[in-house]
Design a protein around this ligand. Sequence first.
Ligand SMILES: [Ca+2]
Length: 108
Amino acid sequence: MRKILFNLSNYFQRIQLTFTDFDLEDHAECAWDYVEVKDGDESTAGLLGKFCGDSAPSTLVSTGRFLFVKLKTDYLNGETGFQATFSSLKSESQEDDDSALITEKNGQ
Ligand SMILES: [Ca+2]
Protein backbone atom coordinates (compact mmCIF):
# COMPACT_ATOMS: atom_id res chain seq x y z
CA MET A 1 0.00 0.00 0.00
CA ARG A 2 1.25 3.47 -0.84
CA LYS A 3 -0.02 6.67 0.66
CA ILE A 4 0.54 10.25 -0.37
CA LEU A 5 -0.66 13.22 1.62
CA PHE A 6 -0.60 16.56 -0.18
CA ASN A 7 -0.28 19.21 2.48
CA LEU A 8 -0.01 22.77 1.27
CA SER A 9 1.32 25.32 3.72
CA ASN A 10 -1.06 27.97 2.44
CA TYR A 11 -4.43 27.61 4.18
CA PHE A 12 -6.15 29.31 1.29
CA GLN A 13 -5.11 26.90 -1.40
CA ARG A 14 -6.78 23.85 -2.85
CA ILE A 15 -5.24 20.89 -4.63
CA GLN A 16 -6.23 19.84 -8.12
CA LEU A 17 -5.35 16.29 -9.09
CA THR A 18 -5.51 15.12 -12.70
CA PHE A 19 -4.92 11.53 -13.72
CA THR A 20 -2.93 11.35 -16.93
CA ASP A 21 -2.62 7.59 -17.11
CA PHE A 22 -4.67 4.96 -15.30
CA ASP A 23 -4.82 1.17 -15.36
CA LEU A 24 -5.56 -0.89 -12.26
CA GLU A 25 -7.03 -4.36 -12.00
CA ASP A 26 -10.72 -4.02 -12.77
CA HIS A 27 -13.47 -5.15 -10.37
CA ALA A 28 -17.09 -3.99 -9.96
CA GLU A 29 -16.48 -2.78 -6.37
CA CYS A 30 -12.73 -2.16 -6.82
CA ALA A 31 -12.15 -4.84 -4.20
CA TRP A 32 -8.62 -5.85 -5.17
CA ASP A 33 -6.58 -2.94 -6.51
CA TYR A 34 -7.72 0.65 -6.20
CA VAL A 35 -6.86 4.28 -5.71
CA GLU A 36 -8.74 6.14 -3.01
CA VAL A 37 -8.74 9.93 -2.91
CA LYS A 38 -9.87 11.77 0.20
CA ASP A 39 -10.66 15.41 0.68
CA GLY A 40 -8.47 16.14 3.69
CA ASP A 41 -5.89 14.32 5.74
CA GLU A 42 -6.04 10.57 6.13
CA SER A 43 -8.32 9.73 9.01
CA THR A 44 -11.16 12.21 8.95
CA ALA A 45 -11.51 13.11 5.33
CA GLY A 46 -14.53 12.58 3.12
CA LEU A 47 -14.10 10.27 0.17
CA LEU A 48 -13.76 11.99 -3.21
CA GLY A 49 -13.64 8.67 -4.99
CA LYS A 50 -12.42 5.08 -5.14
CA PHE A 51 -11.18 4.05 -8.56
CA CYS A 52 -10.02 0.98 -10.47
CA GLY A 53 -10.11 -0.35 -14.03
CA ASP A 54 -8.64 1.35 -17.05
CA SER A 55 -10.56 4.60 -17.41
CA ALA A 56 -8.96 7.58 -15.70
CA PRO A 57 -11.10 9.42 -13.13
CA SER A 58 -11.94 13.01 -13.97
CA THR A 59 -10.00 15.81 -12.30
CA LEU A 60 -10.51 16.06 -8.55
CA VAL A 61 -10.23 19.18 -6.42
CA SER A 62 -9.92 19.36 -2.64
CA THR A 63 -11.91 21.84 -0.60
CA GLY A 64 -8.89 22.73 1.52
CA ARG A 65 -5.12 22.42 1.65
CA PHE A 66 -5.02 18.64 2.18
CA LEU A 67 -5.57 15.87 -0.32
CA PHE A 68 -4.95 12.23 0.52
CA VAL A 69 -4.25 9.55 -2.08
CA LYS A 70 -3.98 5.84 -1.27
CA LEU A 71 -2.98 3.11 -3.71
CA LYS A 72 -3.88 -0.42 -2.62
CA THR A 73 -2.85 -3.47 -4.61
CA ASP A 74 -3.02 -7.16 -3.79
CA TYR A 75 -0.61 -9.94 -4.78
CA LEU A 76 -2.38 -10.94 -8.02
CA ASN A 77 -3.06 -9.36 -11.40
CA GLY A 78 -1.22 -6.07 -11.41
CA GLU A 79 -1.63 -3.56 -14.21
CA THR A 80 0.55 -0.59 -15.01
CA GLY A 81 -0.82 1.65 -12.23
CA PHE A 82 -1.39 5.36 -12.61
CA GLN A 83 0.21 8.70 -13.22
CA ALA A 84 -1.21 11.96 -12.03
CA THR A 85 -0.22 15.58 -11.89
CA PHE A 86 -1.25 18.06 -9.27
CA SER A 87 -1.41 21.79 -9.03
CA SER A 88 -2.59 24.26 -6.43
CA LEU A 89 -5.52 26.58 -6.88
CA LYS A 90 -6.52 29.63 -4.94
CA SER A 91 -9.60 28.90 -2.91
CA GLU A 92 -12.64 31.14 -3.11
CA SER A 93 -12.00 32.41 0.39
CA GLN A 94 -8.59 33.67 -0.75
CA GLU A 95 -10.25 35.55 -3.58
CA ASP A 96 -12.67 37.04 -1.08
CA ASP A 97 -9.74 38.12 1.09
CA ASP A 98 -8.02 39.72 -1.91
CA SER A 99 -11.07 41.70 -2.87
CA ALA A 100 -11.53 42.76 0.76
CA LEU A 101 -7.94 44.02 0.81
CA ILE A 102 -8.39 45.96 -2.40
CA THR A 103 -11.53 47.57 -1.04
CA GLU A 104 -9.68 48.49 2.11
CA LYS A 105 -6.80 50.07 0.15
CA ASN A 106 -9.18 52.00 -2.05
CA GLY A 107 -10.86 53.35 1.02
CA GLN A 108 -7.64 54.88 2.40
CA1 LIG B 1 -4.29 -7.04 -8.16
